[in-house]
Design a protein around this ligand. Structure first.
Ligand SMILES: O=C(O)CCC(=O)C(=O)O
Length: 287
């Protein structure tokens, strides 16, 4: 079957049209989807009124799933394969601790030694307007650097921290933050990562990185800031406006993303994510 594709932006992304993920899918159709995933970096499937089991089963076709042990408080109580990104209050009425997930540029689980291959986020409930997510193409960002800059960053490692999300003063999530940081010590990752499947180089950075390995924060930040600004220029970015029952997969090895929080927080936004495990990368930083 030849897939019907619609490009989402010049930089990255494609919608796979006319497909029902609730129905059985042949290996050859999945092969086409997988090729499109490698080519476009993110894939969108609209109108997927699927069960949690179907979300998990489809995700498994991309590889082994993470059980989210690095973020234990945000797991779905009945499905460890599902991570909640929600502002729905907890059953006892306290605010959800995952309501500010992803509010800075990042790539999933870069602060572990097995960063995510891909993430599949499904939209269950969304506010009347906003709640958008930005995605940036890190291969394009790398390719457009000067040869001098490519040489300069070739052997650098960025130190990725788990507890760097931007939070409101009113956020009660300090305990969660401390727990996540305890579970996930700082990890040094190469600034330039070679994609294990396409062989292409991509910038692997984001706002969880505050310094390079072997350098101070003061020395590192000007270059980190420059690279993040360059990598997230509007021409490298796609802005996704969610609809209920969208399922979107992104390739964490060559994209960054950020949840904008551009919505009325008294309205419900409820998303659930599976995470496909990637290949081991990086090492724990002891000093
Ligand atoms: O809620 C979103 O739009 C994105 C969430 C996110 O950043 C993540 O799941 O890593």
């Amino acid at each position: 079957m030849a897939l019907k594709l619609r490009r989402l932006s010049n930089a990255l992304g494609a919608e796979i049209c006319d497909i029902d993920l609730a129905k059985p899918m042949s290996e050859s159709t999945f092969g086409e989807i997988h090729n499109a995933f490698l080519q476009y970096g993110i894939l969108l499937f609209r109108n997927q009124d699927i069960s949690r089991e179907q979300h998990i089963d489809f995700s498994r076709r991309f590889g082994e799933l993470d059980d989210h042990a690095s973020l234990p408080r945000d797991r779905h109580p009945d499905y460890p394969e599902l991570l909640l990104v929600t502002n729905r209050p907890n059953p006892d009425g306290t605010p959800s601790e995952s309501r500010y997930t992803g509010r800075s540029w990042h790539t999933d689980f870069s602060y572990t030694t097995q960063p995510a291959l891909g993430s599949l986020l499904r939209c269950w409930e969304l506010p009347e307007v906003g709640g958008d997510t930005l995605f940036a193409n890190m291969t394009m960002a790398y390719d457009t650097l000067s040869e001098g800059m490519k040489k300069l960053i070739a052997d650098l490692h960025g130190i990725h921290l788990s507890g760097t999300r931007k939070i409101n003063a009113a956020d009660a999530g300090e305990a969660r933050r401390n727990e996540v940081m305890k579970l996930n010590p700082p990890i040094a990752q190469p600034v330039v990562r070679v994609h294990p499947e396409t062989g292409r180089k991509a910038i692997y950075l984001g706002e969880k990185v505050k310094r390079f390995d072997g350098m101070t924060e003061e020395e590192s930040m000007p270059l980190i800031d420059y690279l993040n600004r360059h990598a997230t220029r509007p021409e490298f970015v796609y802005r996704h406006q969610w609809r209920k029952n969208d399922l979107l997969i992104w390739d964490n090895r060559c994209t960054l993303h950020q949840a904008l929080g551009d919505f009325d927080e008294t309205q419900l936004r409820h998303m659930e994510r599976t995470t496909v495990k990637g290949t081991p990368s990086g090492h724990i930083v002891t000093a």
